[in-house]
Structure formats: structure tokens, C-alpha cells
Design a protein around this ligand. Structure first.
Ligand code: BGC
Length: 577
């Protein structure tokens, strides 16, 4: 148990911090109420949705009074203001550029007119490929490396973004990301040769690297601790919206007769780029970042504004203390290697790795190919991809409304089990019909059954590993190494996104239906890992997170008592064991 050893004025204060908060359904709508109101959304849709969300969560967040230990971790005074809510929505639109790219590339590279212009030899080989083995589709490493080069650029860019985010604040990283993506989309839309295409892809990748590095941090720092999960998941929601919008756009542009549909698909990436760039211009910086850069007065004002109260001293002092700690650290990259940060470092490497080996991007990149494989025509395949995209968007709302109540662990565990079951079912359904030869025709009903389980799998991902893969790494690091930690998260994510995109078609050819069991196996491993090694982080103030690791049965060993000097409004936390 960790106790607060001194109060703000130096007198003993016996208050204790409960590190494993217990959910009490007392201050908020029940999930049932939330879902019921959700189903009766007023129109216009977007406005209704936003005002509903805001009303729901702000009523849930109306906690007043001083700093209290409610069994949910420390709570600061204040409420969810409309200002912070809108700010977080604008920042979350950074997810659109990432999502748009995930959704658009697969469709564009399957358009004949695109291949004819840039990769004519690939098109010729594809047309000549008469194999009836559905597992072994024509596979061009050149074409896939064009698609996945973006992720390599993002990987490298996120390391540069770390310094920008730390030195200049989160908003400038977002703006930089948006503008670079904008230039990339213009180059791609206007491309007349492969060089322009590739240059465009690299710029898009840099944009994604910067946005993915800064947006999750921004959201986690702006949000009040008790709603951090929900506001952070806005980022994942925008990723899913981006993917879905791209699917729909490809569906439309593939029908353009003149052979320039791919230009429209690529150029429309400018829309999400403008949204995040304009948004970032108006976004305020987070109090944490303002303090980190020495703007104390502005930070205080910002805190008053985003918490909707003048009673911000406690939180402000905590942030200042965290910032003073962080000032001592001149080299975040070597610091992150220290033993005391081993738990966070492990998580920030393994969580994005695990997220990618769920196999989700096989569906996101290759859904139309996969659906064609099981016997749908082109139109029905695209339609099925649109349906799974919609499931992805709507299932994300489940995590938005439950993550701060049920907590991260329950969603991880439930979603993991759901994905394992679906992957085993899909693998088996495919094995029954296609066997190892890869030749079969499925009835419509059988194919629809497969799609159904793919959708249930996508839903499981959309309320667990999807959002939590971005949320958890962004909330576990102390300020001094937060930017560096987030860069590692982005890079590992991009590296394995690249790997899966590059390897999927040949993996399918070699492993056949076993590929689904392969990914299921990984989800078993990650689910056990979460059960054993990830402590619950819901409702814990971000600068207090070290206490959670210290209290963990395994990770506690890595953190010496002396490593814990979390200043709490002048009060120092020390482990009492
Ligand atoms: C992942 C992406 C994935 C997307 C699907 C994100 O959290 O990082 O790789 O395509 O979710 O919604």
C-alpha cells in the first residue's frame, strides 16, 4: 500500500491512495441508459451524437469538491467542460489521416487503371495468373512495398516527432503532421510518375508518424483522469471513420469510367489533412506541455478553462512537480532504458506488436480480396468490406462508453476471447470447404456465415485492442519520457503494420486456413499476457501512474522505493511498505 506521507503544508496526512479502483455505478448513466439514448439520437445526426455524448459524459463527470480518494484513485475538482470536449474531438480528427490511408491503398492498388499507369508489368502478370488455388493469389512484392512504404516513413518520422512534441508542444506536431500529409496527398493525386507517387507516400507517412505520436498524448493530457479513456478513444473512432470513408470512396471511384478514379481516391486524402491542420491551428496546448516549456501562468489559465473551476491548485501543483522531475532528465532515450521504467517500456513495445498480430489489418487491407476468395463477386466483396467497416465504427462506441467504468483489462480480456473464438470458427469454416488445395465454391449462405464471424471478430477488436492499443501506452509514462515512449509505440505499430501488409499474401499461400489459427494463437498469448501483467489504469491520474506499477505483483520489483517521489500538491507519496 502506498500512502500520502505529507500534506501540502507539511503536516502528516493519513489519506491513502487506492490503486485498484473499484467501479461504483453511482455518478453516471448506466450503460443501458447510454445505449438507449444512443438509439434515439436526434437529428441532424452529428450534432445529436455530439451533444448526446457531451451530455452523457459531463453529467457523469460532475464531481465537485476537493481532492478525494473515492476508491477510484485521486480525483481533482472540476468537470468535463464543453471546451475540453470539443478540443478533444478536434484533436482526435488526427486519426482520420491514418484511417483514410489504411482504407484507401488496397482499393487503389487493385484498380486496373492505376496499375496500367504505374505498374504495367504487375498488371500483365496479374492478368496472366490463371491459378484456381484461392490461397495463392498473385502477389507482387513491388506493389505491396509501394503500399507499405508509408508505414516505414511513419516509423522513422515518429522519432523526430518525439523531439518536436517535447520541445514545442503537442499541437505543433499535429499541425506539422497535417500539413505534410496535405502536401503528400496533392503529390499523389497529381502523380504522373512513380517517383511522385513514392515521394507522396513518404510525406503521407511522415504526416501519420507526427499525428500518431502527438494526438494520443494530447488527448490523455487534456482529459480529466476519470474520462481519459473515453476521450482518448476519440482517436481510434476517427481512425475507423477514416477507414470507412475510404472504403466508400473507393467503392464509388472504382466505377469512374475515364480511368482517373484512383486520382480522386488519393487526392481526397487532402480532406482529412485540412481538417486536422486547421483544427490544430486553433487547439490550445495541454497544461502539462505548457508547464514543461516554462509557461506557468498560461498553464494555470488553461487548467481553469479545461476543468471549468478555479479550484485547480492541487492538479496544477502535481503537474509542476511532474515537470520538475522531468527537467532533470536530459536524455529521455537513455533514461527510458532504466530499470524503473521496464514495465512501461515492455508495454510500449508489446502492446503495439500484439495489436498488429491480432491480424486485424488482414481484414482492413485485404477484406475485398478475402471476400472474393470465399466466392463473392466484385460488387458483393466491396459491399461486405463496407459492412465490416461499419461494424468497426459502431463497435468502437462500446469502448467509448465502457472503458472508464469497466476498465481497460476487462475490455482487453473480453475482446481477446471473442477474437480467438471467431478466428477459430473462420479458420475451420474455410478449412472445411477449401481444405489444403484451396479450391472450392461456397454457397451464398455459407459465405455470409463466414462474413458474419469476421464482423464479430472486427467488433471484438474495435472495443479492445484497437482503442486500447493507443490509449494504454499514452497514459502510462511519466512526463519526462512520455514523448519518447509514445514514439516507440508508434514505431513498433508501424513496423508490424508494414510486416503484415507485406507478408500476408505469401503467408496465406503457405499457411492456408492455418493462418487464422496462427493469429488466434497470438491472441491467446496476448490475452494471457494482459491477465498477468497489465495493471488496471482507469481513473488514475496520469502523473500518478508510477504508483500503479509499484503496486503490481511483478512490476513492483523493478521500482525501488526511492524511485517514487510523486509530488502531490507539495505532498510526497512514499510507499508505506
Ligand atoms: C490499428 C490499425 C487498424 C485499425 C482498425 C488501429 O488501432 O492501429 O492498424 O487498421 O485500428 O480499426
Amino acid at each position: 500500500m502506498i500512502s500520502r506521507s505529507m500534506s501540502a503544508c507539511g503536516s502528516p496526512n493519513p489519506k491513502r491512495v487506492a490503486l485498484h479502483p473499484i467501479w461504483k455505478p453511482d455518478r453516471s448513466h448506466s450503460i443501458k441508459d447510454l445505449l438507449a439514448s444512443f438509439l434515439t439520437l436526434p437529428s441532424p445526426f452529428l450534432f445529436g451524437l455530439l451533444s448526446f455524448c457531451y451530455r452523457s459524459v459531463s453529467q457523469g463527470a460532475m464531481a465537485g469538491g476537493g481532492v478525494v480518494n473515492t476508491g477510484k484513485g485521486k480525483e481533482y475538482p472540476g468537470q468535463l467542460t464543453l471546451f475540453v470536449f470539443l478540443t478533444c474531438i478536434v484533436a482526435a480528427t488526427g486519426g482520420l489521416i491514418f484511417g483514410y490511408d489504411i482504407g484507401i491503398s488496397g482499393g487503389v492498388t487493385s484498380m486496373d487503371s492505376f496499375l496500367k499507369k504505374f505498374f504495367p508489368e504487375v498488371l500483365a502478370k496479374e492478368k496472366a495468373d490463371k491459378s484456381t488455388n484461392q490461397y495463392c493469389k498473385f502477389d507482387s512484392q513491388l506493389l505491396t512495398s509501394f503500399t507499405s512504404s508509408l508505414y516505414l516513413a511513419a516509423l522513422i518520422a515518429s522519432f523526430f516527432a518525439s523531439s518536436v512534441t517535447r520541445a514545442f508542444g503537442r499541437k505543433w506536431s499535429m499541425l506539422g503532421g497535417g500539413l505534410t500529409f496535405l502536401v503528400g496527398s496533392a503529390l499523389n493525386g497529381a502523380a504522373v510518375n512513380v517517383l511522385m507517387l513514392i515521394l507522396g507516400r513518404i510525406l503521407l507517412g511522415i504526416g501519420v508518424g507526427f499525428a500518431n505520436q502527438s494526438v494520443p498524448l494530447y488527448l490523455s493530457e487534456m482529459a480529466p483522469a476519470r474520462l481519459r479513456g473515453m476521450l482518448n478513444i476519440g482517436f481510434q473512432l476517427m481512425i475507423t471513420v477514416g477507414i470507412f470513408a475510404a472504403n466508400l470512396i473507393n467503392y464509388g471511384t472504382a466505377k469512374i469510367k475515364g480511368g482517373w478514379g484512383w486520382r480522386v481516391s488519393l487526392a481526397l486524402a487532402a480532406v482529412p489533412a485540412c481538417i486536422i491542420s486547421l483544427g490544430a491551428l486553433f487547439l490550445p496546448d495541454t497544461p502539462n506541455s505548457l508547464i514543461e516549456r516554462g509557461h506557468s501562468e498560461e498553464a494555470k489559465q488553461m487548467l481553469r478553462r479545461i476543468r471549468g473551476t478555479d479550484d485547480i491548485d492541487e492538479e496544477y501543483n502535481d503537474l509542476v512537480a511532474a515537470s520538475q522531475e522531468s527537467k532533470v532528465v536530459k536524455h529521455p532515450w537513455s533514461n527510458i532504458m532504466k530499470r524503473k521504467y521496464r514495465p512501461q517500456l515492455t508495454m510500449t513495445i508489446l502492446i503495439p506488436f500484439f495489436q498488429q498480430v491480432t491480424g486485424i489489418n488482414v481484414i482492413m487491407f485485404y477484406a475485398p480480396v478475402l471476400f472474393k476468395t470465399i466466392g463473392f463477386g466484385s460488387e458483393a466483396s466491396l459491399m461486405s468490406a463496407v459492412i465490416s467497416g461499419l461494424v468497426n465504427v459502431f463497435a468502437t462506441f462500446v469502448s467509448i462508453f465502457t472503458v472508464d467504468k469497466l476498465g481497460r483489462r476487462k475490455l482487453f480480456l473480453q475482446g481477446g476471447i471473442q477474437m480467438i473464438i471467431c478466428q477459430i470458427i473462420v479458420g475451420t469454416l474455410i478449412a472445411i470447404k477449401f481444405g489444403t488445395s484451396g479450391e472450392a465454391t461456397l454457397s451464398k449462405a455459407y459465405a455470409a456465415f463466414v462474413v458474419l464471424f469476421i464482423c464479430v471478430y472486427v467488433a471484438g477488436f474495435a472495443w479492445s485492442w484497437g482503442p486500447l492499443g493507443w490509449l494504454v501506452p499514452s497514459e502510462i509514462f511519466p512526463l519526462e519520457i512520455r514523448s519518447a515512449g509514445q514514439s516507440i509505440n508508434v514505431s513498433v505499430n508501424m513496423l508490424f503494420t508494414f510486416g503484415i501488409a507485406q507478408a500476408f499474401l505469401s503467408m496465406l499461400c503457405h499457411m492456408k486456413f492455418g493462418l487464422f489459427y496462427f493469429f488466434a494463437g497470438w491472441v491467446v498469448v496476448m490475452t494471457i499476457f494482459i491477465a498477468l501483467f497489465l495493471p488496471e489504469t482507469k481513473n488514475v491520474p496520469i502523473e500518478e501512474m508510477i504508483l500503479v506499477w509499484k503496486a503490481h505483483w511483478f512490476w513492483g520489483k523493478f521500482i525501488a522505493d526511492d524511485d517514487i517521489h510523486v509530488e502531490m500538491g507539495g505532498a510526497e507519496f512514499k510507499p508505506s511498505v
